[in-house]
Design a protein around this ligand. Structure first.
Ligand code: NAD
Length: 460
């Protein structure tokens, strides 16, 4: 029988190839490395529609969104390729005469890249491209649910002229992923996925002191104040909660609404969500696709039951969609729970599906307290017309991303992306911050005085 997944031996070979290629790739001038990446970005742009259609076919996200996913990979590749002519370090004055002081970024070696299925091209680009521009080589293991988008991306890099061995792809699940985390030759592991697996990745990487970058789960909140522009807030919550079928780490799965506008918001939010067209992502009229897999659908259904048992009220949806066009996928109704209390599991745990929990609050302080009172810290947002409230919330929500008058999703590639608490381990991807994951600082002192000068001692 043909083996569809890489074997542990394949993973070992990929790491060895990356190790060999590193010896020469790290010495290619960064602007030259970047030229190849610019070419790759152009190729992806030319094939955007094909890649988007492949992605919709592969994982069900609606076409408009898979086009966005591919666009994000294009944006990231162009942005990071630009770093090939920067990769700025610092030059500083020395405290001693005739001495020069500077810092430079140096690559680390082989990077193990492990990614989830929900952004099958964007997330790999966030990791692979900064790794390459810094001079590292890569072994990439995508989710076993989305290998086609991963292959599309890697093939473009090959076609753009990235030399053999610099980017290596392996398929498979935990067995192969664990090799990347444990192997001595892998110097960085950059992982995006669930908090449960992120913890295992961290533990497996610890004995070899790898640099570990983790982007994990979320339970993001939209806070709606009584002075908010309600129509805008409703629109934001529909997109934030049900875009990508709620399968975004930044999904707005919690909404807390000031009691004075709670009923009005809920009624309009429910009306809009009931009208969402669910179905085949390749159909342009469809607004929400299926869950990625049967097991993800089971998780959604399990949480709907938990919510009901906890005493929350299903005001929209609540059931699996079956029959007719739904027979060929894992579809679930977009679902809203109302009268949710912050202590319920549906308000605290990541569901990763089309389920939004709506809660009530009496003040901004209470909304902020509810917002912070979860294990995760990825994204939060506030709808208000009061600038004082906006700035207070901006300061007090302990998350990595914050929005004003927009939902919890919508990050752009040139600012840092990531979260606090159980969402992340202090690193960020995207923006210039991504370079910190894939490079290490080297401080260099050049003494041209011709004599021994002792720092902190020869002070005259
Ligand atoms: P997952 O944790 O199940 O898998 C992620 C990746 O890890 C996959 O490639 C998988 O094969 C691999 N893997 C599984 N076990 C492993 C092990 N023991 N060692 C090494 N690798 C292993 O996540 P998923 O279901 O693919 O994605 C959904 C999750 O990803 C959600 O929790 C979501 O919040 C999170 N996510 C986070 C971000 C972020 O930036 N914070 C972005 C997107 C998705």
């Amino acid at each position: 029988m043909m083996r569809l997944e890489s074997s542990p031996e394949d993973a070992g070979r990929a790491i060895a190839a990356a190790e060999r290629a590193y010896a020469t790739w790290r010495l290619v001038p960064a602007p030259k490395r970047a030229e190849l990446l610019f070419r790759a970005a152009q190729l992806i742009a030319e094939r955007k529609e094909t890649f988007a259609r492949d992605m919709t076919r592969e994982m069900g996200k609606v076409l408009e969104e898979t086009r966005g996913d591919v666009q994000e990979a294009i944006d990231m590749t162009f942005f990071m390729a630009g770093e090939g002519r920067r990769l700025y370090g610092q030059t500083v004055p020395s405290e001693l005469r005739d001495k020069f002081a500077m810092s430079v970024r140096q690559p680390l070696g082989v990077c193990g890249i492990i990614t989830p299925w929900n952004f099958p091209m964007a997330i790999p680009s966030w990791k692979i491209i900064p790794a390459l521009v810094c001079g590292n080589t890569v072994v990439f293991k995508p989710s076993s649910l989305t290998p086609l988008s991963a292959i599309n991306f890697v093939k473009v890099l090959e076609e753009a002229g990235v030399p053999a061995g610099v980017v290596n792809m392996v398929t498979g699940g935990p067995e192969v992923g664990e090799i990347l985390c444990k192997h001595d030759a892998v110097k960085v592991v950059s992982f995006t996925g669930s908090t449960t697996v992120g913890r295992i990745v961290n533990q497996n990487a610890a004995p070899t002191f790898k640099k570990v970058h983790l982007e994990m789960g979320g339970k993001n909140i939209v806070m709606i104040m009584d002075d908010a522009q309600l129509e805008l807030a409703v629109e934001g919550c529909v997109w934030g909660g049900f875009g990508t079928t709620g399968q975004r780490c930044t999904a707005a799965s919690r909404v807390v609404v000031h009691e004075r506008v709670y009923d009005e918001f809920l009624s309009e939010f429910s009306r809009r969500v009931r009208a969402l067209r669910v179905g085949d992502g390749a159909d342009d009229r469809v607004q929400m696709g299926p869950s990625i897999s049967e097991s993800q659908l089971q998780t959604v259904m399990k949480y709907v039951e938990i919510g009901k048992e906890e005493g929350a009220k299903v005001v929209v949806g609540g059931k699996r969609l079956t029959g007719g066009a739904y027979a060929r996928g894992w579809f679930h109704e977009p679902t809203i729970f109302a009268e949710v209390s912050p202590s319920m599991r549906i308000a605290r745990e990541e569901i990763f599906g089309p389920v939004v929990s709506v809660m009530r609050c009496r003040s901004l302080d209470e909304a902020i307290a509810i917002g912070n009172d979860v294990a995760y810290g990825l994204s939060a947002s506030i709808y208000t017309r009061d600038i004082n409230k906006a700035f207070t919330a901006m300061r007090d929500l302990y998350t990595g991303i914050f929005y004003v008058n927009a939902p919890t999703i919508g990050a752009e590639v040139h600012l840092p992306f990531g979260g606090t608490k159980a969402t992340g381990n202090g690193h960020r991807e995207a923006g210039i911050a991504a370079l910190d994951v894939f490079s290490e600082w080297k401080s260099i002192y050049v003494d041209f005085s011709g004599k021994l000068q002792r720092a902190q001692i020869d002070t005259e």
